[in-house]
Design a protein around this ligand. Structure first.
Ligand code: GDP
Ligand code: MN
Length: 385
C-alpha cells in the first residue's frame, strides 16, 4: 500500500524526522485559509500516488493566500500520470540550498534492507541509477544490529555532505530506519532531503510503501488507504479477494497462481510485440468458484482497453471441470462479445474442455497449450484494433 506524501511526512515526524508541518486542502478556499495561517509564503503540492509531480506542474511555490487559493484551484482536478488530484498539501515554503536523496528498500538478493543516499536529490532515483549510478552510495543493514552510526557516516562521506551536517544526517537516517521497521515498509524514501539556506536538514518530500501483508497489525496505517486514489478495479478486486494490478495492454488475463499469471503476461508480450500486451495481472487464487470467476471477469471487462481475454487455469487441487462450470456460470452473469481464449491444464482438463466446447459460445475458444492460447489472444486483440 502506498502512502501519500502528507501521510508519510506526518509519520516521519512521529519518528523525529524534521519536516515542515503543513495541512491538506480539497478546495481553493481551504488552501487560502491554511496559507494565511502559515504566513502566505507556501508551497502547494498535489497529493497523488505518483512521483514526478514537480515536473508535471503539481508542485508550486506561491507568495500570498490569494495566490495559494488560485494555484490550489488549478492543481486540484489536474491529472498527473493518469491520476486525478483530489487533495493538495499546503506546506510552509522552504529556501533550498541543496537537495539530497535518502531511501531504504528491501534488497531481496541479500535478504536485508539497504539504505541508499545520493547527492543527486530531487530527481527520481531510478533516473539517477540509470544515468549516474556512481552518484548513489549504499549500505546494507543487518536487521539484528540495525543501522549503525558508522554506516550513516559512510553514506554522509560518500555523498560529500559537509561535515557540519553529519550528526543531523545520521540521526535522520537512523530515524528513517526506525520508521521503516515500525511501519513494516518495503520502501521509505526522502527525496529531496534538503539543506536549507538557514543550514538545516529537512525532509521536503516523503514516500512510503507498506507491505500489504502487515496491515492487519498496523491498523493506524491500514486506515490511511486512499481508495479514491487507486484504480476502482483494484479496490473491487481487493474486496473480492483477488490480486489484481491494472496495466495498459489489451489482453485481459485471468489466471490461477501468481507465477502462472506472470508467465501468461510474458507470453502475451512475447507474441504481441510492441503493440499488444497484458491489460492486467490477475490471480484468482485457488478454488476458483463461479462467484470469484465472475467477479474477476467483471473487473477485467470494466477496462475498456481490453480487446480479448486469456483464461489460463492450471487444475491442481482445483479440478478443471469445476472451473469450466464456473466460467460458464460467470459468462451467464457477465454477458460479453469479447473473444475469450481458454486454456485448461491439469486435473480433469479434458472434461473441462468438453464442458467449454459443448456450451458452443461463439466468442469462446479453447487452446491446448499456453503458446497456442497466447497466439490466439494476440490475434483476437489485433483483429479488434
Ligand atoms: P515530486 O516531484 O513528486 O518528487 O515532488 P517533490 O515534493 O519532491 O517536489 C519537487 C521539487 O519541487 C523539489 O525537488 C524541490 O526542488 C521543489 N520544491 C518542493 N517544495 C519546495 C519549497 O518549499 N521551496 C522550493 N523553493 N522548492 C520546493
Ligand atoms: Mn520528490
Amino acid at each position: 500500500m502506498n502512502l501519500h506524501e502528507y501521510q508519510t511526512k506526518f509519520r516521519f515526524a512521529e519518528f523525529g524526522i524534521p519536516i515542515k508541518r503543513g495541512k491538506t486542502a480539497t478546495t481553493g478556499q481551504q488552501a487560502y485559509d491554511i496559507a494565511r495561517e502559515l504566513g502566505g509564503h507556501v508551497v502547494i503540492k498535489a497529493q497523488v500516488l505518483a512521483g514526478g509531480r514537480g515536473k508535471a506542474g503539481g508542485v508550486k511555490v506561491v507568495n500570498s493566500p490569494e495566490q495559494a487559493e488560485e494555484m490550489a484551484a488549478k492543481i486540484l482536478g489536474m491529472k498527473i500520470k493518469g491520476l486525478t488530484v483530489r487533495k493538495v498539501l499546503v506546506d510552509p515554503a522552504v529556501n533550498i540550498a541543496s537537495e539530497i536523496y535518502l531511501g531504504i528498500v528491501n534488497d531481496r538478493s541479500i535478504g536485508k534492507p539497504v539504505i541508499m543516499a545520493s547527492s543527486e536529490g530531487g530527481v527520481e532515483i531510478e533516473i539517477v541509477a540509470r544515468d549516474n549510478p556512481d552518484a548513489i552510495v549504499t549500505e546494507s543493514i543487518d536487521p539484528f544490529l540495525g543501522l549503525l552510526d558508522f554506516q550513516a557516516r559512510t553514506l554522509a562521506s560518500g555523498i560529500n555532505l559537509p561535515h557540519e551536517h553529519w550528526r543531523a544526517f545520521a540521526k535522520i537516517a537512523t530515524n528513517l530506519y526506525r520508521c521503516y521497521v515500525a511501519s513494516d515498509a518495503v520502501l521509505a524514501e526522502i527525496n529531496p532531503l534538503v539543506i536549507t539556506k538557514e543550514n538545516e536538514l529537512l525532509a521536503l518530500d516523503g514516500k512510503m510503501v507498506i507491505d500489504d501483508n502487515a496491515l492487519f497489525r498496523l491498523p493506524l496505517l491500514a486506515e490511511m488507504r486512499d481508495t479514491d486514489a487507486e484504480p476502482v478495479e483494484e479496490t473491487q478486486a481487493r474486496a473480492a479477494g483477488i490480486s489484481y494490478v491494472k496495466l495498459d495492454g489489451q489482453i485481459g488475463c485471468m489466471v490461477n497462481g501468481a507465477g502462472l499469471a506472470m508467465t501468461t503476461m510474458d507470453m502475451t508480450k512475447l507474441y504481441g510485440g510492441d503493440e499488444i500486451g497484458p491489460a492486467n495481472f490477475l490471480d484468482i487464487g485457488g478454488g476458483a468458484q463461479a462467484a470469484k470467476v465472475a467477479a474477476a471477469l467483471r473487473i477485467i471487462l470494466a477496462d475498456l482497453n481490453v480487446k480479448s481475454v486469456l483464461l489460463n487455469i492450471f487444475g491442481g487441487i482445483t479440478r478443471c471441470d469445476e472451473v469450466a462450470r464456473g466460467i460458464l456460470q460467470a459468462l451467464d452473469e457477465v454477458k460479453t462479445n469479447i473473444p475469450m481464449i481458454i486454456r485448461l491444464a491439469g486435473t480433469n482438463a479434458e472434461e473441462g474442455l468438453k464442458i467449454i466446447d459443448s456450451a458452443q459460445l461463439t466468442n469462446l475458444t479453447s487452446a491446448a497449450t499456453l503458446t497456442e492460447a497466447a497466439k490466439k489472444a494476440v490475434e483476437a486483440a489485433q483483429g479488434a484494433n
